[in-house]
Design a protein around this ligand. Sequence first.
Ligand code: ATP
Ligand code: MG
Length: 261
Amino acid sequence: MLKLTDVSRQFGGLQALLQVNMLVPRGRVVGLIGPNGAGKTTMINNISGLDHPTSGSIAFMAHDITSASPHRISRLGIARTYQNIRLFGEMTALENLLIGGHATSKSSILDSLVFSRRYRFEERTMHERAMAMLARFSLGNLANSRASALPYGDQRRLEMARALSTNPMLLLLDEPTAGMNPIETRALGEQILHERDRGLTVLVIEHDMSLIHQVCDEIYVLNFGQIIAHGTPDEIKQNPLVIEAYLGEDEDEHGRTAASA
Ligand SMILES: Nc1ncnc2c1ncn2[C@@H]1O[C@H](COP(=O)(O)OP(=O)(O)OP(=O)(O)O)[C@@H](O)[C@H]1O
Ligand SMILES: [Mg+2]
C-alpha cells in the first residue's frame, strides 16, 4: 500500500534519512522504532507531505506522492497524528473533529450561505459521525470540553479520533502513547488493533516496546537515518544490531530502553 524506495532526506550536512526502503502492506500494523534523533518523525513528515525527500521516491497505492502536498496526500487517504499534539486548544473536542470533516465536505460556500438543504443535511451527518467517532474513543461525554482542558491521554486519543474522522486508508501515528500510563497505553493498543480489524493500515512510531509488541505485525528499525533491521517483533527483539543501537542510548523519557523493555 505504501512503498518507500531509496528515500534520503538531508538537512544541510545532516543525513536524517539515508536510502530508506520500506513497505507497508495493506491491513497491517507496521512499527517504526529507533533511538532519539534516528529520523522517525522525518520519515512520517516525508510520507505526509509536510517535508519532501532529497532523493528517492514514495508511492501510495498507484500514486507517486514523493512531492505531493499534504492536502493531496490527505485526500488520497493518508492521515497522521503528531509527536507534539496539534489540537485547536480553544475549541471543544467535537469542534476539533468537525474541522477535519469540513475539509472533505461537498457543500460549497454558497450552499452554506443560503443554508441549503444539502448543507443542513451534511452538517447533521457530520455531527452524528463526529459524535460516533468520539464514542469510539470513549470521549463521548467530553464532546463539549475544551481540548486544552483534557488530560494528556485524552488529547492523544482525540488527535487519533480526528485523524480517523477523515476516513483514511493509512494512519501514521507518531508516538501515540507518549505521556500515557500503562493502562491507557494498553487500551490504545486494543483500539489500534480494532481499527486494523475494520480495514485500516497503520504505521506507528513508538518508544514503548510493550505497545509495539502488542500491535505490530512487523517492525522496521531506524538508526542514524538508516534501516538497520526489519522483521517480526520476536526477530527484532533478538537482533544484535538493534540491541547495540539501543545500548548506546540513554534511557528514554519513560525510564526504559527498548532492549530492556
Ligand atoms: N527541519 C529540520 N531541519 C534540520 N534538522 C532537522 C529537521 N528535522 C529534523 N532534523 C534533524 O534530523 C534528525 C532526525 O530527527 P527526527 O525528528 O526525525 O528524529 P526522531 O527519530 O523522530 O527522534 P525522536 O525519537 O526524538 O522523536 C535529528 O538530528 C533532527 O535534529
Ligand atoms: Mg520523533
